[in-house]
Design a protein around this ligand. Structure first.
Ligand SMILES: Nc1ncnc2c1ncn2[C@@H]1O[C@H](COP(=O)(O)OP(=O)(O)OP(=O)(O)O)[C@@H](O)[C@H]1O
Length: 286
């Protein structure tokens, strides 16, 4: 195979040099590998140029959800199969796809023949592959990105002050094409998948290939309900979260509120328009 690998040198706490060595170990003499390291500046344009200049069979991505989203955007309509090498702090997408946790195994899956097509959500012109939201979680991510922490423990430690300064609830107007809802919520999310990278199952019936996404309206900060999200199969109270499956949605807030896409803080915005892009990506899973 002609393989292109995108490595984010700063994501998560995985050692990328070791990871690259382990990838090379699994390649055969019929494989070729071109390496691209992200810099954080104009990466999408540079990746797009590389992918347009040569015909690749597989794009491996060593990074977190932010890096996967970057590569997916850089690909545009050029749908090359992607192999995920989870190397971010949270790796939400890899968890949702149930990719193996050991490097040797996830590399094998990323180079494998079994391909799963998954939907994406287009939000204000950007791709979201996993979960994006307005409110509390985006505030947490904003604080985390502004800190010197990286990795899961850093995220957990850094979350504590933000949780106590929770700025919500906010007033939202949610239009789905079928109904218009007025809700007070601490957080409104667009979810393509079941769980956050932390493992919290916030969208129990979410599927990444069903042609719809869910709008999740979190009404209050409830520790008991949050703990329930850690259990597969737990029923979440509708006083805690209201869930609506849609193909498109428009969410308006009365004032600018923190917004995040797939774990990356965007900015404070008042409105987000989202629509499903069915089977947008092809992911190698085994
Ligand atoms: N060389 C670099 N130096 C600084 N920042 C970089 C560099 N390369 C990429 N980035 C930034 O890394 C971010 C993407 O990180 P990514 O989401 O993949 O990892 P993470 O945040 O550790 O993991 P996760 O999203 O799973 O929590 C982007 O904001 C991108 O601009």
């Amino acid at each position: 195979m002609e393989i292109f690998i995108v490595i984010n040198p700063v994501s998560g706490d995985e050692n990328k040099a070791e990871l690259l060595k382990a990838v090379k170990k699994q390649l055969t003499e019929n494989d070729s590998l071109d390496i691209f390291k992200t810099t954080g500046e104009n990466d999408a344009e540079k990746i797009n140029e590389k992918l347009s200049a040569k015909k690749y069979d597989r794009v491996l991505i060593a990074g977190g959800d932010g890096t996967i989203k970057l590569v997916a955007e850089a690909m545009g309509e050029n749908k090359i199969s992607i192999g995920i090498l989870p190397a971010g702090s949270a790796n939400g997408l890899a968890k949702d796809l149930n990719l193996p946790e050991e490097a040797e195994d996830f590399i094998k899956a990323a180079l494998g023949k079994e391909i799963r097509e998954i939907d994406a959500i287009k939000i204000n012109g950007e791709l979201s592959l996993h979960i994006s939201d307005f409110g509390l979680n985006a505030e947490l991510i904003k604080e985390f990105e502004g800190s010197n922490f990286r990795g899961k423990l850093g995220y957990a430690l850094n979350s504590i002050p933000t949780l106590f300064q929770n700025k919500g609830p906010f007033d939202f107007t949610i239009e789905t094409g079928k109904e218009t809802l007025e809700r007070k919520a601490i957080m409104v999310a667009f979810a393509n998948s079941k769980k956050f990278g932390t493992g919290a199952i916030v969208n129990p019936d979410g599927k990444m290939d069903d042609g719809v996404f869910e709008v999740l309206i979190f009404k209050k900060f409830d520790i008991i309900e949050i703990l329930k999200t850690m259990n597969e199969g737990a029923k979440l109270s509708s006083d805690f979260v209201e869930i609506i499956s849609v193909k498109k949605a428009n969410v308006k807030a009365k004032k600018p509120i923190a917004f995040q896409i797939d774990g990356e803080f965007c900015q404070e915005i008042e409105e987000a328009t989202a629509e499903i892009l069915p089977k947008k990506l092809a992911i190698a899973v085994g």
